[in-house]
Design a protein around this ligand. Sequence first.
Ligand SMILES: [Fe+2]
Ligand SMILES: [Fe+2]
Length: 227
Amino acid sequence: MLTNDQFIQICNFTQRYLEETAARSEQEWLKSFPRAAEHRWQHTLNVLHNAETILAGEGAPEDVKEIVRVAVILHDISMFVCDHEIHGRVSAEIAEKYLLEEGYPKEFVAKVARAVAEHGTDLGPLSPEEQGKLFSWEGKVVLEADILDKLGASTITDTLLSLGKKDQLGFECRRELANGRAMQRAAFFKDYIWTETGRRLAAQRFGFFLKFLDQLEQEVIDNSMPS
Ligand SMILES: [Fe+2]
Ligand SMILES: [Fe+2]
């Protein structure tokens, strides 16, 4: 059984790894994103919270909870050391090496690594139903919990924060929220959710996103002169 101290140790390892790799990364996008490591850690904690809600809602057994919680903490650890397309696999490799060195059982480590790798799968070629058949249950929960952080108030906040840096006005924010990357991602990913609890949360969060946009449209004028 994983103790609380062990879990915190894994959290500390991951947080430190993100900080150190972001600080020495050569990736261009990081130059305009000095708090990227803190941002990634905040996202990781959000995903953990989502995963814990799903695990509780689905009545997952203790051993499964441990695999999912550890996989969630490590799922984006490679964010600053590789291209995004392969970050699931690279995170899984880092997770596997670290957990084996720390003496965790092979079977546990293999399940964590599988779930971490699965979250980085290129979604799209397969339907949610077909894709779901290929994933472990733990991998599905990690991915759902990750996607839930792209659907609701948190994604609106992140989008507005990044638009604020570009000195955008209210109507430009509304346009970006309605048609930009955040909406495209949310609309695409919201169906890659398999558990009952995850689906309920996804519907609530995406519903909030749409409601927020609707409200913004009622309040923010998109013309430069009264018509
Ligand atoms: Fe990821
Ligand atoms: Fe993530």
